[in-house]
Design a protein around this ligand. Structure first.
Ligand SMILES: [Zn+2]
Length: 237
């Protein structure tokens, strides 16, 4: 049965008065038990909540997300930097991430898997600030385009945006892309400084800077689904 193939994490909470089920796109199914309930009851609990589980799976499927896809990666290839980072996980009292060159060490309290994706996302944003911001400013200088502020966040549905105040916001997930695609997206946002919409003037400005615009737009449309689940995980998901 399809829902039996999804990862299940069982945790205990002194605050839980009854059994809680949560379906998270990255972690899979989380079962929170009160202390009085034995973990041997978990299979029966899942069977009782079969309908709910199937509905939540369908919700995730509708958003093109599958539960429990590689929630804690062992390696993180970042094509933009042409680097691959290795990740080790340890139990600890506090949630923290240590980066030593290409080696990452992620620490969080036992069983609290959700801290993994959150720490890795925070790390990805800091790496984006270090590499994507200068990349964007250099492209702006090269093409004599105005830009005030450049920010890096981990947006859930767009690669970047440009505000009326000439501020550009870039998605840290651009680091997963090869430089030619990241360049195309940054140029796209820079063109929005002059052209606020996607009208013909916008496209001709972008094509002047990137003659392969159609090819790149097509590649970019297909790449979102292949991004690792941990990078798309949201607290509320
Ligand atoms: Zn646009």
């Amino acid at each position: 049965m399809i829902w039996q193939s999804i990862p299940v994490t069982v945790t205990r909470s002194p605050r839980a008065r009854k059994v809680w089920l949560k379906m998270r796109s990255c972690v899979g199914l989380e079962v929170v038990l009160p202390y009085r309930v034995s973990s041997s009851e978990v299979p029966a609990i899942l069977e009782r909540h079969r309908e709910w589980i199937l509905t939540r799976l369908a919700d995730l499927g509708a958003r093109n997300e599958a539960p429990g896809q590689n929630p804690l990666p062992e390696s993180i290839p970042l094509a933009f930097l042409d680097r691959e980072y290795s990740v080790r996980y340890n139990d600890g009292h506090r949630a923290e991430l240590h980066a030593d060159g290409d080696a990452l060490r992620v620490i969080f309290p036992s069983g609290q898997i959700r801290f993994g994706p959150l720490l890795l996302q925070r790390w990805l944003i800091s790496l984006g600030k270090r590499h994507l911001v200068p990349f964007c400013r250099e492209l702006a200088d090269l093409h004599e385009m105005r830009v005030c502020s450049v920010q890096v966040r981990n947006q859930s549905s767009r690669w970047g945006s440009c505000s009326a105040a000439l501020g550009i916001s870039l998605n840290a997930k651009l680091l997963f892309l090869p430089p030619h695609l990241a360049r195309h997206i940054v140029l796209h946002e820079l063109c929005h400084v002059e052209h606020r919409n996607h009208g013909p003037a916008f496209w001709s400005a972008l094509r002047a800077l990137d003659p392969l615009t159609e090819v790149h737009e097509d590649e970019i449309r297909r790449v979102w689904d292949s991004l690792p689940a941990w990078s798309k995980w949201r607290k509320e998901s």
